[in-house]
Design a protein around this ligand. Structure first.
Ligand SMILES: NC(=O)C1=CN([C@@H]2O[C@H](COP(=O)(O)OP(=O)(O)OC[C@H]3O[C@@H](n4cnc5c(N)ncnc54)[C@H](O)[C@@H]3O)[C@@H](O)[C@H]2O)C=CC1
Ligand SMILES: CC(=O)C(=O)O
Ligand SMILES: [Mg+2]
Length: 567
């Protein structure tokens, strides 16, 4: 692999404290002389391998996962190549440290663990200087990706005020191969309704209740318009916005800029891939499924819509017919006509009261139809959890499903691990090894009745969103279309180990996430070219080679000092 060359304008302390250019003890003799570092570094020149070895040893001396997460965070603040290189070498071991589940704990303690700011903080009381702040932070950078969050629904841990965008941005680089200097994390701090944060004197965000309504919309719009004006070819990623805003914002901007909501579209896509793999095992069609979605928030709705659209486009049934394959259950039970305050975006999936009269008559005093009743009546083939209700899939519910279905497909997707709707080991035991399982966070294999391991697929949007994003970015897509997302999801499904061995995991191993996401990116860019959404004039056949050229890899470049160079 040839070494990239850079002309750099930083010297001495300035280059040593710049995480993009810092090499620490790996600066060569010539670079030490050219950049004024001879007296600032110990004598020995280390290779990247040696630095990784040292860093890994230091990491091992941390005894807790959160300690490891903090150690890695500080390494990222110091040296990007070393940070990503270390993660790449120990991917399977370290993803759970920098992503779910440990990142949830890190975000919940953001204000207490805080050492250094990163990316851009756009805070509501400073809205008048938003353009100035935006331009100051992005000055001189060619940014391809903005990862934004208002932190209202972080993983399953709710309103955290500030957090997450940086971790999701890291995954784009680590797994998607996106140059970290071209990716930018943006925190939109519009307040928090989290009482314990509001009462915490160390809380670093704006201690004020969340801004809603027109003021919120205007604030977000100001940000989106700045992105569109100054970086018209960038991808704008939305992460962990609250359910009342997530779908609305996506609808508002999706036809005018390449925007992507990970919880809706990324989760929808990865779940479609996983389900396609599962029905490959059960030898059935998507439109043959009866699907219960437990938790009808951003992820639940995104999954429903993605699966519904796939039934329409792949199985050629009508939208109305496809809508009838879903039963959405939220905290007030089955979503049906007489339930008050059903969100507008769920209206298509509302079930008729007349179908449930008999059950309702036997139900509790609130008239809510609970998951168990829905399972007994519907006899689902698929049950997906995005509820944050730990243990919501009880033994009784799982056994009721398994009693009427040969191979129940069960995906408890809530993160972090402690919020999973059912431990996959239990679901496996209660169904006597018949269930086809996937979870949102990593879990150890379950034991089949014959003693063999059943690998639990990790159905997490990180297995697909970096590829979806990279594909859209390299093809300079003006918008991210549903067909581009379906192309990526189908490519991921085609890589399922269960296609060749039905007893194997439904999805490829997260340790292979970089090569998997590369395949997704190629499929997305090919689709963008085919349908005319792309802004490049490549032939489809060229995409793979072009994509390879664009991949960022964690290797040190060769630096030459130049006063007009990069800084
Ligand atoms: N595996 C993956 O890739 C992903 C997993 N998720 C996980 O899914 C969960 C939900 O995330 P979002 O949809 O973003 O949150 P959300 O807040 O938009 O949705 C949660 C929904 O669950 C409902 N709910 C709460 N308690 C419930 C109960 N006891 N019974 C039934 N429904 C209940 C809420 O009313 C809400 O509609 C989180 O744990 C999140 O980490 C989210 C995105 C991706
Ligand atoms: C994975 C993810 O996006 C979530 O849990 O919110
Ligand atoms: Mg999320």
């Amino acid at each position: 692999m040839s070494q990239p060359q850079f002309r750099v304008a930083l010297r001495g302390e300035a280059i040593l404290t710049h995480p993009r250019f810092n090499k620490g003890t790996a600066f060569t003799t010539a670079e030490r002389q050219a950049f004024g570092l001879t007296g600032k570094l110990p004598y020995r020149i280390n290779s990247l391998d040696e630095q990784c070895q040292r860093a890994y040893d230091q990491l091992q001396s941390q005894t807790t996962d959160i300690g490891k997460n903090s150690f890695l965070q500080s390494m990222k603040d110091q040296n990007w190549v070393l940070f990503y290189s270390l993660l790449t070498r120990h991917l399977r071991e370290l993803i759970p440290i920098i992503y779910t589940p440990t990142e949830a704990e890190a975000i919940a303690n953001y204000s207490h663990l805080f050492r250094r700011s990163e990316g851009l903080y756009l805070t509501f009381p400073n809205r008048d200087s938003m353009e100035e702040d935006f331009l100051e932070a992005t000055k001189g950078n060619s940014i391809d990706l903005f990862v934004s969050s208002d932190a209202e629904a972080i993983l399953g841990i709710g309103d955290q005020g500030v957090g997450i965008s940086a971790a999701k941005s890291v995954i784009y680089t680590l797994i998607g191969g996106i140059d970290p200097s071209k990716a930018f994390a943006v925190t939109l701090d519009v307040g928090t309704n989290n009482e314990s944060l509001l009462n915490d004197p160390l809380y670093v965000g704006w201690p004020h209740e969340r801004i809603r309504g027109k003021e919120y919309d205007d604030f977000v719009d100001k940000f989106v318009q700045l992105v569109r004006k100054h970086f018209p070819h960038s991808l704008l990623h939305f992460e962990d916005y609250g359910v009342t805003n997530a779908q609305r914002l996506l609808q508002r901007y999706r036809d005018t800029h390449a925007v992507f909501n990970d919880d809706i579209q990324g989760t929808g896509a990865v779940t479609l891939s996983t389900l396609m793999a599962a029905i490959g095992v059960t030898k059935s069609k998507l439109c043959d499924q009866r699907i219960i979605i437990y938790g009808a928030g951003s992820a639940g709705l995104g999954i429903t819509k993605q699966l519904r659209d796939a039934m329409v486009s792949l199985d050629k049934i009508s939208v109305e017919e496809a809508n009838q394959k879903f039963w959405l259950v939220d905290k007030h039970g089955l979503i049906r006509e007489s339930l008050p305050d059903v969100r507008e975006d769920l209206k298509e999936y509302v079930r008729k009261d007349s179908e449930w009269e008999e059950i309702q008559a036997q139900g509790d005093s609130n008239g809510e139809i609970k998951l168990l009743e829905v399972v007994k009546k519907v006899k689902p083939t698929v049950m997906i959890g995005t509820s944050t209700h730990a243990g919501g899939f009880t033994r009784e519910i799982i056994e009721a499903m398994a009693a009427k279905c040969d191979r129940p497909i069960i995906f408890p997707l809530s993160n972090p691990s402690k919020l999973v709707e059912v431990d996959p080991k239990d679901a496996n035991d209660w169904t006597k090894g018949k269930a086809l399982l996937a979870t949102g966070s990593p879990f150890p294999p379950a034991k089949m009745p014959d003693g063999k391991d059943y690998i639990i697929a990790e159905c997490n949007n990180a297995l697909i969103y970096p590829g979806l994003g990279f594909g859209a970015m390299i093809s300079h897509s003006r918008i991210m279309t549903d067909t581009m997302i379906i192309a990526g999801a189908r490519r991921l499904a085609s890589l399922s180990p269960a296609l060749t061995n039905p007893d194997d995991a439904l999805l490829p191993d997260f340790g292979d996430a970089p090569s998997i996401n590369f395949e997704v990116a190629v499929a997305v860019a090919e689709q963008a070219i085919e349908e005319g959404s792309a802004g490049v004039d490549w032939m489809k056949e060229e995409v793979r080679e072009k994509a390879k050229e664009k991949l960022w890899r964690p290797i040190y470049g060769e630096y030459v000092f130049d006063e007009d160079g990069e800084k």
